[in-house]
Design a protein around this ligand. Structure first.
Ligand code: ATP
Length: 327
């Protein structure tokens, strides 16, 4: 199901949270709403769900105006950051809940419900946990139950609000990959809110970058990272240095420097390593630019760092391989 957001604005008190937002999400995409805290992502998600009304503008689902449609009639599934599972129900009962409360005319019989719940639990790889209670599961497992529960009513859109926000880094990473695979399997239009750049870039097919109630850019992860439309997008998506080369001021990402131990040409600058952080396979260096005494962040593969024989206080030469300039 496609989602069209047309000129949506929303104000709470004196704060304009969404400012004439326009967004088109084709059916079957996995879209990340990415932006800093308070930029309006959750509000837009709630407006799509029908949990919040826009002050102006429209929401179209599959091309039909759904702005005044009740949340129940929008066929959306919702997963929140804090797994809102029923604690007194088993995993099976939690997933079955949405099916059991359907009006009698639409409700599947007990046998069909059982079959469907087991199919969904297999999909989220938790079939073995059907008889457990939420308290007997890890955070990541509970979040997968929440997802199975949201999918049980066969939503045409899946909305996820910081679904992995409350989990530790390792589990988050596993669930990212898992969500991407799941989406490849079921292909339901999905929109998730995150303030984590890495998460958006790794999981989504399209990334929507928010800033203070405005959309700064919409594009594939590659596009928003490699061709940011605005300085905000550039800075929000990764670490950066301000750098002036040949009279042009621009930005350079830490890994976009070429580092050598001898000046190979006139465009190489001299630097001094002030500090070395070894982080996994990467060496992150604080480098003092001898020319203007500014400090730059430079990253290179640890193996390359070793091969150059560098260490703290070493002298080196560097030049940007890429300078991003905004007019
Ligand atoms: N029901 C409400 N009443 C009043 N203010 C609200 C309400 N909901 C949200 N806001 C305010 O609107 C702004 C945007 O909130 P929103 O939750 O959409 O941002 P967000 O980008 O999702 O941020 P976060 O990642 O922190 O959730 C915030 O300043 C928030 O305090």
């Amino acid at each position: 199901m496609s989602i069209h957001i047309q000129n949506v604005s929303k104000t709470f008190g004196n704060t304009r949270v969404l400012n004439n937002v326009h967004l088109e999400i084709p059916g079957g995409e996995l879209v990340a709403l990415l932006g800093p805290s308070g930029s309006g992502k959750t509000t837009l998600l709630r407006i799509i769900a029908g949990l919040e009304q826009p002050d102006s503008g429209r929401v179209l689902l599959s091309g039909e105006d759904a702005t005044d449609r009740n949340p129940r009639d929008r066929e959306v599934g919702f997963v929140f950051q804090h797994y809102a599972l029923f604690r007194h129900m088993t995993v099976f009962e939690n997933v079955a809940f949405g099916l059991k409360v359907k009006p009698r005319s639409e409700r599947p019989d007990a046998h069909a419900i059982k079959k469907e719940v087991h199919r969904l639990l297999k999909l989220v790889q938790l079939d073995w946990a059907a008889d457990r209670f939420p308290a007997q599961l890890s955070g990541g497992q509970r979040q997968r139950v929440a997802l199975a529960r949201a999918l049980a009513v066969q939503p045409r859109v899946l909305l996820l609000d910081e679904p992995f926000g409350a989990l530790d880094a390792k589990v988050r990473e596993e669930l990212r990959t898992w969500l991407r695979h799941l989406h490849e399997e079921i292909h339901v239009t999905s929109v998730f809110v995150t303030h984590d750049q890495q998460e958006a870039l790794e999981v989504a097919s399209q990334v929507v970058v928010f800033n203070e109630g405005n959309i700064e850019q919409v594009g594939t992860p590659e596009t928003v990272y490699d061709r940011p439309a605005t300085p905000f997008v550039y800075h929000f998506l990764g670490r950066s240095n301000t750098f002036t080369a040949q009279g042009k001021k621009g930005f350079v990402r830490p890994h976009e420097f070429e580092v050598v131990t001898e000046p190979l040409g006139p465009d190489f600058r001299e630097g001094l390593i002030r500090h070395v952080h070894l982080i996994g396979s990467v060496a992150r260096l604080e480098v003092e630019d001898v020319l203007d005494r500014s400090t730059l962040e430079v990253e290179l593969p640890r193996t390359h760092f070793r091969a150059l024989g560098l260490h703290s206080q070493s002298q080196l030469y560097f030049r940007p391989e890429q300078l991003t300039v905004f007019d």
